[in-house]
Design a protein around this ligand. Structure first.
Ligand SMILES: Nc1ncnc2c1ncn2[C@@H]1O[C@H](COP(=O)(O)OP(=O)(O)OP(=O)(O)O)[C@@H](O)[C@H]1O
Length: 234
């Protein structure tokens, strides 16, 4: 039996008086890929931001690796092995690819320089671009850099918000392969993904959110593609 790596209980969150998430319960086992799905604006990014510590929940608890991190600031969560690649191009545009990786690596003080080599092995497309400014990368290259930046912090939990959004198919396939390898290394992956087919290929568990509440949560293996499509059409 797997050990729960991330446990969320009774989580409520929002922005001021705008309440967005209601009573979220979610448990993710070590080394599995959990996919959170739902239509635009249902609260997926809000959930990830709350887990990463960018937003303080109004109620509930978040436990990572056995530690209650609900009130921990984001940098403490990162030092304890949580890495977050947010939506969009989460890189420092004026810095080179190499400097982006070194900066992220130094910030956490977890592991040695071999982490940078390992991240580049995972995304070989970045290797010849090491001296290019991140702001000059294509959308797909920037997305790979954002995930590589998360990887060099030596995470035990990798959180990815729509890693394939707006990206050409060949790079989507590379990102899919990288996520599979990352989980096979024992890293737990929490993924928000709008592209249903990709999500269903990658996921061990699927959680569907609608209007800030979980409307489905379970093993991917127990979900037929038809049911998945029906859930996403809610
Ligand atoms: N900073 C903010 N201040 C106020 N309201 C916000 C803020 N960010 C998001 N919201 C609102 O919270 C709700 C949930 O947004 P969220 O980004 O979490 O949804 P989502 O499911 O990730 O959608 P998408 O797929 O479009 O990213 C939406 O109604 C959104 O307008």
């Amino acid at each position: 039996m797997n050990t729960p790596h991330l446990s969320i209980h009774g989580l409520h969150a929002g922005y001021g008086r705008a309440r967005v998430l209601f009573d979220i319960d979610l448990t993710i086992d070590t080394g599995t890929i959990a996919c959170v799905m739902g239509r635009n604006g249902v609260g997926k990014t809000t959930l990830l931001n709350t887990i990463a510590g960018l937003l303080t929940p109004t109620a509930g608890t978040i436990t990572h690796n056995g530690t209650d991190i609900t009130r921990h600031p984001p940098h403490t969560r990162t030092r304890n092995g949580l890495a977050y690649a947010p939506q969009g191009h989460a890189t420092f545009a004026p810095l080179t690819v190499a400097d982006n990786l070194h900066l992220a690596h130094r910030a956490t003080r977890r592991g040695g320089p071999e982490l940078i080599d390992a991240a580049l092995d995972r995304f070989p497309r970045l290797q010849p671009l090491l001296h290019r400014r991140a702001g000059l990368l294509s959308g797909g290259q920037a997305r790979q850099l954002a995930i590589a930046r998360a990887l060099v912090t030596d995470p035990t939990l990798l959180i990815l918000d729509e890693p394939t959004e707006g990206i050409q198919p060949s790079i989507v396939a590379e990102i899919e392969q990288a996520i599979t390898h990352i989980a096979a290394q024992g890293i737990t992956v929490l993924l928000v993904e709008q592209y249903l087919d990709l999500a269903l290929r990658l996921a061990d568990t699927v959680t569907v959110i609608d209007a800030g509440r979980i409307v489905h949560s379970g093993d991917r293996a127990d979900l037929t593609d038809d049911t998945a499509h029906a859930l996403m059409a809610i």
